[in-house]
Design a protein around this ligand. Structure first.
Ligand code: MN
Length: 243
């Protein structure tokens, strides 16, 4: 298994899915060119822009293809491109993002590498935290863990919503496994719970670029819609199983 295969497996994707999603993205005339370019990106080790796990319009009407076009095609791609540039010729050049971000967290002269590698990791994780026709009931093992830690699924969603809406400025809300329990945490800017020894299960991007084209200032509406209809509990359950 190559490093790239390993990275793709980490976020639950195969090359076939990548090509399928990219082909659909290319077929849509409304998308910025950067998504189409992703289909032509050669295998470049762990630091390639990973494929979007669904067509760019698959999350509509909750998240528009326009938002995905900028968010994936410009913002996410930008973080990946920056990591490639910033790590070229360094010890981090061929390392998986998880290793780069944990090695550079809190290191003052590596802040740019940390910010971009962590954002690249966070975005790949975010795309997989969503899915068309998501929401509903988590798989049994995850439901049991949620009930044990929060009391109920509704209580867990209430905590996720509170974290996502109360994060001041840019950041992320996460469902994580910390020790033997599940917890909701929030992080600022590029920060990631991996750097604190926690295992991320699911994340919500609450940077304005994630929702402003569709919701303007109504972050709470974006969060509520995701938790109702897009959240990918299967992805969280798979992360819990390997944590
Ligand atoms: Mn984002």
């Amino acid at each position: 298994m190559t490093k790239q295969d390993d990275e793709r497996e980490t976020i639950g994707l195969t090359r076939r899915q990548f090509l399928g999603a990219a082909a659909v993205a290319v077929a849509s005339a409304t998308l910025p060119g950067a998504i189409a370019a992703a289909a032509d990106t050669p295998a470049a080790g762990a630091l390639a822009l990973p494929p979007l796990p669904y067509p760019a319009n698959a999350l509509e009407p909750i998240i528009s293809a326009n938002t995905i076009g900028f968010h994936y095609g410009k913002h996410h791609k930008g973080y990946v491109d920056n990591v490639v540039k910033l790590t070229a010729g360094t010890e981090f050049a061929s390392q998986p993002l998880e290793k780069i971000l944990t090695a550079t967290a809190g290191v003052a002269d590596k802040a740019a590498i940390f910010n971009n590698s962590s954002q690249a990791w966070n975005h790949a994780f975010y795309w997989n935290s969503l899915r068309p026709k998501g929401g509903g009931a988590p798989p049994d093992a995850l439901k049991k863990a949620i009930d044990a830690s929060f009391g109920s699924l509704d209580a867990c969603k209430t905590e996720l919503s509170a974290a996502a809406t109360s994060q001041f400025g840019s950041g992320w809300a996460w469902l994580v496994k910390a020790g033997d329990k599940l917890k909701v945490v929030k992080t600022s800017n590029a920060d990631n719970p991996l750097t604190q020894g926690m295992h991320p299960l699911l994340t919500l991007d609450v940077w304005e670029h994630a929702y402003y084209l569709d919701y303007q200032n109504r972050r709470a509406d974006y969060v509520a819609a995701i938790l109702a209809d897009l959240v990918n509990w299967d992805f969280a359950a798979a992360n819990l199983a390997k944590s």
